[in-house]
Design a protein around this ligand. Structure first.
Ligand SMILES: Nc1ncnc2c1ncn2[C@@H]1O[C@H](COP(=O)(O)OP(=O)(O)OP(=O)(O)O)[C@@H](O)[C@H]1O
Length: 337
């Protein structure tokens, strides 16, 4: 649905060149919830703002539904923007208008008839579960409610694409989750394609089926979210997922001793339910001590990790590791005593 080819953005500031987005290539399919993740200054905002030409690319092409939006003249661009909703970190609501009138604004600009506007706004407020706040002003709403209004406004003209620029960054974790659940519900109901930028790994794991990691304006890793979480390749991605798969380094140092091995097992989806550890003990006659573990829910699957210590016959320990590897598990030997 969306093909981004060799996209570049260079800013000129105080006689200096800032290459904010470098030769970026990406394919986004219909119905994807595609997350672009990176640290501050990575180029995420520059990137997403080029997708509806709020920011003009320095070079490159953005092909959406077969059309290169870079070539769009004013009228085409206006029509295209109607079909591309956008939400922002700070909501960008009009403070002098009520909730209802904020949503209506998007329809007034698109020249909807007054009667149709009323019906459509009611429908949208119901969708974002805010019908009871229709006559409130933005100052009377919580952050999460403000973002719901912004979402309703972004969806007013039935867009095919929704761009989300750090939409949950100003919200607390519980509200973040409720907004992400809303986005997921809307995506399924309306068959939307969502592209979001975030610096929060939590956002990626809750709703993105695909992810690209961006650093210094370049994509360093992209693919299915679960694959990136299970097997991060670049240094930055490893750092970003590290808190979800902790190494418990201090504990491991304390436990190091002769004739024992400490193993990290990373597993996904269906394997979560299998009795791996009890099988291991029975099959190889070794002792297995549990050191740590976690399960994280991704949108597509579960991903869990276990850190265990093996004790007993060394040959049996080796065989147990090989057996684990054959179960399609990611295995890392953290200590080989
Ligand atoms: N209008 C501008 N003029 C000059 N430099 C800019 C401009 N906008 C962004 N930059 C620079 O481009 C680089 C990328 O910025 P961008 O805002 O795209 O990153 P980001 O990943 O969205 O960061 P953040 O999460 O902090 O918003 C930064 O070095 C920034 O200073």
């Amino acid at each position: 649905m969306i093909q981004i080819k060799n996209l570049n953005k260079i800013y000129h500031s105080n006689g200096k060149e800032i290459h904010a987005v470098k030769n970026l290539n990406l394919t986004i399919e219909k119905n994807d919830i595609f997350g672009i993740m990176g640290l501050s200054g990575a180029g995420k905002s520059s990137f997403i703002r080029m997708l509806n030409r709020l920011e003009e690319p320095t070079s490159g092409n953005i092909i959406i539904n077969g059309k290169n939006i870079i070539n769009f003249k004013k009228k085409e661009l206006r029509n295209f923007r109607k079909k591309t909703g956008m939400i922002f970190q700070h909501f960008n609501l009009l403070s002098s208008r009520t909730v209802r009138d904020n949503v209506a604004f998007a329809l007034e600009i698109a020249k909807w008839k007054k009667k149709d506007i009323n019906n459509r706004v009611s429908e949208l407020l119901e969708l974002v579960e805010l019908s009871d706040k229709a006559n409130f002003y933005p100052s009377q709403l919580s952050g999460g409610q403000k973002q719901r209004v912004a979402i309703a406004r972004a969806l007013a003209n039935n867009p095919e694409i929704l761009l989300s620029d750090e939409a949950t960054s100003a919200l607390d974790p519980k509200t973040t989750k409720s907004i992400l659940e809303l986005l997921k519900k809307i995506q399924e109901k309306l068959g939307l394609t969502i592209i979001l930028i975030t610096h929060q790994m939590e956002v990626i794991r809750y709703i993105c089926n695909k992810t690209a990691i961006i650093q210094y304006g370049e994509i360093v890793e992209k693919g299915k979210t679960e694959e990136i979480f299970i097997n991060p390749k670049s240094k930055i991605t490893k750092e970003l997922v590290a808190h979800l798969i902790p190494e418990e380094k201090d504990e491991i140092d304390l436990l190091k001793k002769n004739n024992c091995k400490i193993i990290k097992i990373i597993y996904t989806g269906e394997i979560v339910d299998k009795p791996i550890i009890s099988k291991l003990v029975r099959k190889f006659d070794i002792d297995v001590n549990l050191i740590g573990g976690s399960i994280n829910k991704l949108i597509t699957t579960n991903i869990g990790h276990l850190i265990v210590e093996f004790e007993g016959d060394l040959k049996n320990q080796e065989n147990a590791i090989n057996w684990l590897k054959n179960q399609n598990l990611e295995i890392e030997v953290l200590y080989n005593g």
